[in-house]
Design a protein around this ligand. Structure first.
Ligand code: E4P
Length: 219
């Protein structure tokens, strides 16, 4: 499963990129609004840092403006994936941009039918929002299971990108269900590394080694 970072924060991306675990980045208008600086420049730097797919979302809401903005975003860097909000306008714009060879990430997916329609118009990714479904007492992972099954049935090339991830259990569930990508906020990526027994184990190894060294020195 590919791991994307769900952030517009360049420093966070620069901190994790050298580890070799980050395959791409997703941003959205809310995430970009948190960052100081010109969004275009930030996106350019993110692309340069990750050298993988970077989703940049349009602000436009009508078809023609979405297509125009999508084309413009795609000129920032060859790694840019244009993120379009799901809806009739988004589906039509996806159809047009995909025909031009511009990859699209269809966002704000909350049902299997929305995912199916996005796949039909050639979206490179669909982004079902798991955490926001869980927030309203609906099982977000159940949606992932259904979308993975539907895409497998018809061998759609569209990748299932698990979004709105809140904790490491979401990552484990996404991987067990065979999702293609999981995009995580920095806090969740950080949490994927942690286990108290790993810390304790290392502490014990080092202490035992030091003890043995000290004993040898006294021989
Ligand atoms: C990713 O593409 C989405 O923009 C993001 O995961 C939304 O997450 P949130 O529900 O935590 O805002």
């Amino acid at each position: 499963m590919k791991l994307f970072m769900d952030t517009g924060n360049l420093r966070d991306i620069e901190a994790f990129a050298p580890l070799g675990i980050i395959d791409g980045v997703t941003t959205n208008p809310s995430l970009m609004a948190k960052e100081a600086g010109e969004p275009r420049e930030i996106l350019k730097e993110i692309c340069r840092t990750v050298k993988g797919p970077v989703s940049a979302e349009v602000i436009a809401t009508d078809v023609e403006a979405m297509i125009r903005e999508g084309r413009d975003l795609a000129t920032i860097d060859p790694h840019i994936v244009v993120k379009l909000p799901f809806g009739k306008a988004g589906v039509q714009a996806c159809h047009a941009l995909t025909a031009e060879g511009i990859p699209v990430n269809m966002t704000l997916i909350f049902s299997p039918t929305q995912a199916l329609l996005a796949a039909k118009v050639g979206a490179a990714y669909v982004s079902p929002f798991i955490g926001r479904l869980d927030d309203i007492a609906t099982d977000g992972m159940d949606l992932i299971e259904q979308v993975v099954e539907i895409f497998d049935n018809y061998e759609f090339g569209t990748e299932v990108l698990v979004a709105s991830v809140r904790h490491p259990i979401h990552v484990v569930q996404a991987a067990r269900l065979g999702a293609d990508v999981c995009t995580c906020p920095t806090t969740v990526i950080e949490a994927l590394f942690k286990h108290p027994l790993t810390d304790l184990g290392l502490e014990r190894f080092l202490k035992d080694y030091e003890k043995a060294q000290a004993a040898r020195a006294h021989l």
